[in-house]
Design a protein around this ligand. Sequence first.
Ligand SMILES: Cc1ncc(COP(=O)(O)O)c(C=O)c1O
Length: 355
Amino acid sequence: MRNFTEAADKVEFLPELLFTGHGESVARIGVKPLVIFKPNKIDESQFRRVHRLRSQVQQMRKDGRPGGPEVGVAGVQRRGFGPMMPGVFHAPFPDCYRCPIGRTPDDCAAECLDFIENDLLVHLVSPDEVAAIVIEPIQGEGGYVVAPDQFLQRLRELTRRHGILLVADEVQSGMGRTGKMFAIEFSGARPDAIAVAKGIASGLPLGVAMARADVMAWPHGAHASTFGGNPVACAAALATLKLLRERLIANAADVGGHLMAGLATLADKHPLIGDVRGRGLMIGVELVRDRQTKERAGRERDALVSAAFARGLLLLGAGANAIRFSPPLVLTREEADIAIRLFDEALTEVENSLR
Ligand SMILES: Cc1ncc(COP(=O)(O)O)c(C=O)c1O
């Protein structure tokens, strides 16, 4: 366990780890200790708050976009899963390309934060009754949307002021993918806990909830996981961490920058491309029918995934109308160039079919 903490040198302030088999349970568990088993040494008022409102968690996802079904949102991944966890509030995600509360790209981040502070925490739930706020620093399934640094910084300040814990769900954005170990590092905001999975063991099933020691004061036996901390998966994770530190985080930053620049250039000749965004090797390309109205090009996106697949380029959609580029971190610049070329060809095919 010490190796993990040492290896993840950026999170020395989150020394307590809990191992599970996958990310969903980590995101769930990331909430559990913070909310149910909040510190042993809490005063009486804190205890009442934690006890009474143990599921009062606010999660930041875009309306209708999926997350883990446990604390997820409306839409396809929620249907049939009910009843959902009570006391969970959802706030608009600061998607500044198409601001969810109708502001301009320049005002979007500040106004989304103001909405939480002045609306949600005033009219829907009192801040002293909120145990934790969970956010993906870069939305995954929601469409590969980057939360602005300024938003995360103000969210950290707001949560600290009210004694609310800040949890970063880095299941998709963590483990070097963005060119830093964790995406939230770009903002400088230090969360109280981070949930990681997926890339941590290079394909073997492992999830880790990391948190400050004082919020991980679990009573013995409070949580169990049959396959959590599987030794083979842990060995794979240690090898992964070594590779990340030696070269793959730097590679993600370098090749990711190259890939993003190439994709951004394609926007000059392909009107379907509305937005190219991301960090490192976590890049989203949002497709629109019209750059002015930003009408979502969902069917075109699906056709593009198929056209790329036919050329040997395996892509996956994210959200309603974005394509995600989330390649292995060993990707080279040459391979990125091949991907850009094939994507260019696939875009041409789809755009021609629309004429
Ligand atoms: C941000 C995020 N959190 C949690 C999960 C759940 O992870 P798992 O599929 O390992 O349970 C996912 C899965 O896609 C995810 O993207």
